[in-house]
Design a binder for this molecule. Sequence first.
Ligand SMILES: NC(=O)c1ccc[n+]([C@@H]2O[C@H](COP(=O)([O-])OP(=O)(O)OC[C@H]3O[C@@H](n4cnc5c(N)ncnc54)[C@H](OP(=O)(O)O)[C@@H]3O)[C@@H](O)[C@H]2O)c1
Length: 276
Amino acid sequence: MKTWFITGASSGFGRSLALALLQEGEQVALTARDEDKVADLVDDFPLQARAWALDVTRPNSITRALAEARAHFGRLDVVVNNAGYGLLGALEECSDEQMVRNVETNFLGPLRVMRAALPGFRAQGGGHFINLGAAASVSNYAGFSVYGGAKAGMELASEAVAAEGAACGVKVTVVIPGPFRTEFISRSLDRGENPVPEYTATVGKFAGFLAKVDGRQPGDPAAAAKAIMAVAAAEKPPFRLVLGHYAYQKYRRHLDKVRAELEAWESVGLETDFPS
Ligand SMILES: NC(=O)c1ccc[n+]([C@@H]2O[C@H](COP(=O)([O-])OP(=O)(O)OC[C@H]3O[C@@H](n4cnc5c(N)ncnc54)[C@H](OP(=O)(O)O)[C@@H]3O)[C@@H](O)[C@H]2O)c1
C-alpha cells in the first residue's frame, strides 16, 4: 500500500485519480483550495483519506499540508502535481496579472510542492513525483503561449529534479495528456482580457476547436488514473507518460518535424565550433 498526496483533488484528473486509489485501498492526502469539495471522499473512505486546504499560489499552505499529511500517514510515497488551469489568448491579449497568476500556478506551484516534499523523500530513501504536463508543451497552439510555456518550463524543471534526485531514490514522471473530459475547458480556462480582433483567424480558431471538443474529449480521466497507477507501480517508471491517441500522434509528428529540421540545418550548425 502506498500513500499519495494530490493537489487539485476537487475535480477532473485529480478527483478521478483519488477515487481510483481509494477504491484500490491506497492512502490519499487529498488537497484542494476548498476542502469541502473533497469532503465526500473523506466521508466514504475515512480510514484511508484525509483532506487539507492547499492553494499552489500560497506557499505556506503547501508546506503546512505536506508536513501535516506526512505526520498523519507516516510517509508520502507519491506526490501528484495535478493542480493547474489554462489561459487562452494571444500573448498581447493577456494582462500581466493573468500571465503571472498562470505561471505561478502551472510552473512555480509544482516546483514549490516538489521543493517542500524533497526533504521527506530524501529522509525516507526516495519517492515519486507525478506532474501533470500538457500536449501544449510538446508543440504549442496559437492562444496558449503562457499556459504551454509554463507547462514546458515545469516539464524541463522536472527533468532536472529527476537528475538531481536520482541518487536519493527520487523518481519523476511528467504526464502528457491530450484532451480529456474534465472541467478544464468549461471551468479552468481563463481568457485573455484585452481582445484584439486580428487574432480571430488564429487564436479564435483554436478557441473554436476547444469549444467544439468540450464534453466530447476522447480522453477518459478514469482510464488516465489507471495509467498513472501503473506508472507508480513500475520498478523503472518513464520520465514521460503520454496519454491518449491524440497526444501520441501529436508527439510523433513533433519528433519527425524536429528531426527533419535538425538534419536540414545540420551543416550550418556544425560549422560553429572552433577548428580542432
Ligand atoms: N483535461 C485536459 O484536457 C488536460 C490536458 C492537458 C493537461 N491538463 C492538466 O491537468 C490538470 C488537471 O486539470 P483537469 O483537466 O482535471 O481540469 P479541472 O477538472 O478543471 O481541474 C483543475 C484542478 O486544478 C485545481 N486548481 C486550479 N488552480 C489551483 C491552485 N491555485 N491551487 C490548487 N488547486 C488549483 C482546481 O481546483 P478548484 O476546484 O479549486 O478550482 C481543480 O481541482 C491541470 O494541470 C491541467 O493543466 C488537462
